[in-house]
Design a binder for this molecule. Structure first.
Ligand code: GLA
Length: 403
């Protein structure tokens, strides 16, 4: 082979590697959206249930809203690997195996995700991926897996960066683009090292089906307060997101207003929107919330800037802000209290400056922003008038400011 030919071939090879890495990197330019089995079903999953969820997913029109992944969490695998050390689907729960299920999900135009774990064992005691990373990545590719949630149980003093990088390299080597979701609970500050390892990283321990939890049992609020959001937001951006954990909307533990607020804050914080309820049995009010195109648009905003808590007014009303494309702003007033508050807010004279990124807005009579109520989808006036709104316990008002 002459030198020219060798050079051309090397160049081609380089281009392939670069474009594959690019494909991988482009999988989460906005936060991922989908459904995961854990919050509602734990390990109690099976083929029939998941197919039913996929059917409901499509029937409810979630695909059109941007949701695309169906992810099986812990408990999909058999208690043991096969003789060659391969993962096997739990034969009682998934008698036709994972490939058949992936095919079914793909046939609906959806994507398929699985869960595994850094350690020898998953949190629920099934086999984990330790020492089998490359083998598992190949198996996942063979089955048609598009998303991997990778947990941190039984990691036994492993170096988190190395452990997750090994799995990332294995996924790359298997040559199928897989969205890689790190579930390390923030123990080793993944926001400092995970940007080039995975597409998202969990920031806290598990969310529970409640709004106000406790120190040992996180509800929606503890997920927000357990970590310094001001610090976290600096590292989020297209391709790599802080994951505030899966949604508890529709699981019965939150009021209507709390479900609305949960969704709104996850949108402001650019967190992945992974539903965790039984889609086969969903109330109209929950469906309304998860199909709110205006709030979803905030979550999926192309600028990719995670929002921030701007200030607290009237004792308990938190104002959360997110700069959006085209000089638009999402503003969420959240009444973090048990008492109803008669909110009065004067925009004029206010300058909001993003503390970390180069965005600022000044409200004056010379530049009037309109206010769109993202829950009613109506324009409710402009910043020239004092905003007046009654906010009940844990209720929020989510607005978009636009020209
Ligand atoms: C951990 C994760 C959860 C879930 C369970 C499964 O607790 O943080 O999201 O995946 O494991 O066992």
């Amino acid at each position: 082979m002459n030198i020219r030919r060798i050079l051309t071939l090397s160049l081609l090879l380089c281009c392939c590697v670069v474009s594959f890495a690019q494909k991988f990197a482009n999988l989460a330019l906005t936060p991922q959206m989908g459904w995961n089995s854990w919050n509602k079903f734990g390990c109690d999953i099976n083929e029939e249930k998941i197919k039913g969820i996929a059917d409901a997913f499509v029937k409810l029109g979630l695909k059109e809203m941007g949701y695309q992944y169906i992810i099986l969490d812990d408990g999909w695998m058999g208690m043991h690997r096969d003789d060659q050390g391969n993962f096997v689907a739990n034969p009682d729960k998934f008698p036709h195996g994972m490939k058949a299920l992936a095919d079914y999900i793909h046939s609906k135009g959806l994507k398929f995700g699985l869960y595994s774990c850094v350690g020898d064992s998953t949190c629920a005691g099934y086999p984990g991926s330790r020492g089998h990373e490359y083998q598992d990545a190949l198996k996942f590719a063979e089955w048609g897996v598009d998303y991997l949630k990778f947990d941190w149980c039984y990691a036994n003093m492993m170096n988190a960066y190395e452990a997750y990088k090994t799995m990332r390299d294995a996924l790359h080597a298997a040559n199928r683009p897989v969205l890689f979701s790190l579930c390390e609970w923030g123990d080793n500050q993944p926001w400092k090292w995970a940007k080039n390892v995975g597409h998202s990283w969990r920031t806290t321990g598990d969310i529970n089906n409640c709004f106000n939890g406790s120190k040992d049992r996180y509800g929606v609020l503890e997920v927000l307060t357990n970590r310094d959001q001001a610090m976290l937001r600096k590292v989020a951006g297209p391709g790599h997101w802080n994951d505030m954990d899966m949604l508890e909307i529709g699981n019965g533990g939150l009021t209507h207003f709390e479900e609305e607020t949960h969704f709104a804050l996850w949108a402001i914080l650019a967190s992945p929107l992974i539903l965790g309820n039984d889609l086969r049995n969903i109330s109209p009010s929950t469906l309304d919330i998860i199909k709110n195109t205006d709030v979803i648009a905030v979550n999926q905003d192309k600028l990719g800037i995670q929002g921030f808590r701007y200030k607290i007014v009237q004792g308990s009303v938190e104002i959360w802000i997110r700069p959006l494309v085209n000089d638009e702003w999402a503003v969420c007033f959240f009444n973090n209290s048990d008492q109803t508050v008669d909110l009065k807010y004067n925009w004029l004279g206010e300058t909001i400056k993003d503390p970390d990124f180069n965005y600022a807005v000044t409200f004056t009579k010379n530049k009037i922003y309109k206010l769109r109520d993202l829950y009613t989808h109506k324009t409710i006036g402009t910043i020239s008038r004092i905003l007046s709104f009654k906010l009940a316990k844990n209720q929020s008002l989510m607005l978009k400011l636009y020209n």
